[in-house]
Design a protein around this ligand. Structure first.
Ligand code: SAH
Length: 555
């Protein structure tokens, strides 16, 4: 499993600048600010200790902009447990010091070096093996994997005790290391892709230079068997390559997931060079390259298109799957206000802001980008399936006969819709059956709206109005309210939520008799109760509104 993106944890606004500079260096990293002290973080937290321990247990790399001692004391209770050990660093809030604390094998020193280089300072590296040899032997660079950690630790202490070492195979990163090399040494560092039994006097490092090319759906077992028959280590497998026609195969996706390697797709005429081929059978052809493979450069990935809901606006109301999706996105498309709300984005992420009305064009553009193998996000506010982009995206796909569009990995990720966010703040006005309607007659005839409204009122459903009014639709809300008043008493509770979950939000509770269209604008959610909806005073002077779960006589 790959590790989550780093969390940059800050306690005050004074650290925000440094935090943002570090964020730019680390793809996907987010800034977590202490609630009430930090404005402008990506997320907020209320308890420093709990947050840090939770991040640690979830294997999230932690960059804490505070004293090293605070971090050590906070995480100390967890250190005796076996389990995740993500990189943990303390960084001085004025960007003058970077101190790697934990996660030596998780690459903490490398992370420290990246951050320090970005901040223009020297990292405080204290690991003796690294200081002596100029590299962490147990943490080889991308493209290589250590075969056995426990044997490796012993190997390094033997080396630190003064033994010399031979290097077998191609280890370019060790050329810059200061190792006590000798051709007659008992200890050897062996780099290669052939399967070997780990032994104590050898530091075995596998090179990820093998690709498995398949032309049909195959199981993980067939790939493992092929590697075994070819005498290659499973750790050497760098990626699986399949024809583009199999892009939508769920079985292949599972296989790649189980073997924890990327899945890449090539056209029928693609030549994969420079590799030597062997064909052990099982529907698998193995290619062995001279150096570690870079899967990102082979063919292309299956493109991904996610239509996401941001929720009403507040970061706490955004579902975690949506946050993860935003972190992996190459391209973000949407109405400018929502794209900004979904940010901040890294320099490598492309924002495509468009006008609110160009939905179909935006949906098609999203497929064009995803079909190139990119990871694309289309943003909506609230839930993407409620008067928003999900339906437009599906309509664009339905209209298309392009097989590339149909093999895109399309997913819709839900969000908290404005009616639900507003209802929650007011109590439970939608606590029983209710009806959700858009009052916009841009895409449907007004007569349909009148009819549905009339029937919904007759059915005594509570009502939630989206798009209640706008400059180009000034009279419709008044007509809608006249229809509602034919069925409901003037005492019927009404909730108006404006900019819920956003800065300057307002929530008002009034009655149908008091409601006028002037109190409503296009950023307002209108909830109208049913005949059973009731209100009572709450301690803070506001009112609770709810619709009981039962109907008629109380059971
Ligand atoms: N997909 C969105 C709705 C888009 S329609 C969702 O699920 O929430 C746009 C309408 O939603 C607006 O006219 C307004 O009526 C309502 N709306 C969206 N966000 C809102 C918010 N934060 N507060 C109140 N109403 C909101």
């Amino acid at each position: 499993m790959s590790r989550p993106a780093p969390a940059i944890v800050i306690l005050g606004n004074g650290s925000l600048d440094t935090a943002r500079r570090i964020q730019q260096l680390l793809p996907g990293a987010s800034v977590l600010g202490l609630a009430g002290r930090v404005d402008g973080g990506d997320r907020s937290y209320s308890d420093f200790g709990d947050t840090l321990r939770q991040l640690y247990q979830q294997d999230t790399p932690i960059i804490a902009l505070c004293a090293a001692g605070i971090v050590i004391r906070t995480l100390a209770p967890l250190l005796l447990e076996k389990g995740a050990e993500p990189p943990v660093l303390a960084v001085a809030e004025d960007a003058s010091a970077v101190v790697p604390l934990l996660g030596g094998l998780g690459g903490v020193n490398d992370l420290a070096r990246v951050i320090a280089a970005g901040l223009g300072i020297a990292p405080a590296i204290t690991t003796s093996g690294e200081l002596r040899f100029g590299t962490c032997l147990l943490n080889p660079p991308a493209g290589y994997v250590l075969a056995d950690l426990e044997l490796g630790k012993r190997f390094v202490s033997d080396l630190l005790a003064g033994e010399s070492v031979r290097i077998e195979g191609d280890a370019p990163w060790l050329a810059r290391a200061q190792l006590p090399e000798s051709g007659q040494a008992r200890l050897a560092i062996h780099v290669g892709s052939a399967e070997r039994l780990p032994v104590a006097d050898e530091l075995l490092i596998y090179s990820r230079n093998v690709l498995a090319q398949v032309c049909a759906e195959v199981s993980p077992q067939s790939i493992l068997e092929s590697l075994y028959q070819a005498g290659l280590a499973r750790q050497s497998l760098a990626c699986i390559v399949a024809p583009e026609t199999l892009m939508a195969s769920a079985a292949l996706r599972e296989t790649a997931l189980e073997l924890a390697v990327p899945l890449r797709f090539v056209g029928s005429d693609a030549a994969l060079l420079p590799v030597a081929w062997c064909e052990p059978g099982n529907g698998v052809v193995l290619g062995v390259a001279a150096a570690p493979l870079e899967p990102e450069t082979i063919g292309r990935a299956r493109g991904r298109l996610a239509v996401i809901g941001l929720g009403p606006g507040a970061a706490e109301l955004m579902v975690p799957a949506v946050k993860a999706e935003l972190a992996r996105a190459n391209d973000v498309l949407g109405y400018e206000t929502y794209v900004r709300m979904a940010g901040p984005f890294r320099d490598d992420q492309v924002m495509h802001c468009t006008d609110n009305r160009e939905e179909m064009q935006r949906a098609r553009h999203a497929f064009e980008l995803a079909a190139q193998g990119r990871s694309v996000v289309v943003v909506s506010s609230g839930d993407p399936g409620v008067f928003a982009m999900a339906a437009a995206v599906l309509e664009a796909l339905h209209e298309s006969v392009d097989p590339q569009w149909h093999s895109v990995d399309l997913e819709i990720l839900p969000g908290v819709s404005a009616s639900l966010a507003t209802a929650a703040q007011a109590g439970a006005p939608l606590g029983h059956d209710f009806c959700v309607m858009s009052l916009s007659d841009n895409l449907k005839p007004w007569s349909i709206i009148e009819k549905r409204l009339d029937l919904a009122c007759e059915a005594d459903l509570a009502l939630a109005f989206y798009n209640p009014i706008s400059r180009s639709r000034p009279w419709q809300l008044g007509v809608a309210l006249d229809i509602v008043r034919r069925h409901r008493t003037p005492q019927t509770p009404v909730v108006l939520g404006r900019d819920i979950g956003r800065p300057g939000q307002t929530l008002r509770t009034l009655t149908l008799g008091e409601l006028t269209p002037e109190q409503v604008d296009m950023r307002t959610m209108v909830l109208v109760g049913s005949s059973t909806t009731c209100t009572f005073a709450r301690a803070d002077g506001m009112q609770w509104v709810y619709t009981p779960r039962w109907y008629g006589e109380k059971p």
